[in-house]
Design a protein around this ligand. Structure first.
Ligand code: FMN
Length: 136
């Protein structure tokens, strides 16, 4: 029977730096996307910046800006963050503020499809099927 070596831990130290593609994270703690509801008119607000800077100050390796819609009809409400030229200065500011605290930041890009809110968005919801479970 071969003895199992205990020299190298099977799981890396969660507080050890990590390489994520081109990014060097200071540790492996990543704040998951949890929809903040802190954007206004689909742009970054001071509260949204403060929310993520708080996690950076708390020591995470990376924080995640939740749900940034790729199109106006892909929002679940009309204030939801949207990836537009107009939103870029706010996103840049948020990114710089998080980086200043030593953390990285990512953004979750998405399209709400059948669960978008056409009434609030002022656009019809677009999806490959009329239900979220798809055709039967
Ligand atoms: C209040 C709340 C909001 C969330 N918003 C998002 C979101 O915007 N995008 C997303 O992908 N997941 C969202 N999630 C899911 C979380 O990112 C996470 O995957 C989930 O809470 C499971 O994490 P756990 O396995 O650590 O419990 C949300 C969860 C909660 C509780």
């Amino acid at each position: 029977m071969t003895a199992i070596s205990t020299d190298k831990p099977a799981v890396p130290d969660v507080l050890a730096p990590a390489q994520l593609g081109p990014l060097r994270l200071r540790n492996r703690v990543i704040k998951a996307a949890t929809y903040e509801g802190l954007s206004h008119r689909s742009r970054v607000t001071r509260d949204l910046v403060d929310f993520h800077v708080g996690y950076a100050k708390g020591g995470v390796g990376m924080t995640t800006v939740a749900y940034c819609a790729v199109a106006p009809e892909g929002r679940t409400d009309r204030h939801q963050l949207q990836w537009t030229d107009e939103a870029m200065p706010g996103l840049r500011h948020l990114t710089d503020a998080v980086h200043a605290e030593g953390a990285a930041v990512s953004a979750q890009l998405g399209h709400a499809g059948p669960v978008a809110n056409p009434k609030a968005n002022g656009f019809p919801a677009l999806a490959p099927a009329s239900t979220s479970t798809g055709p039967r």
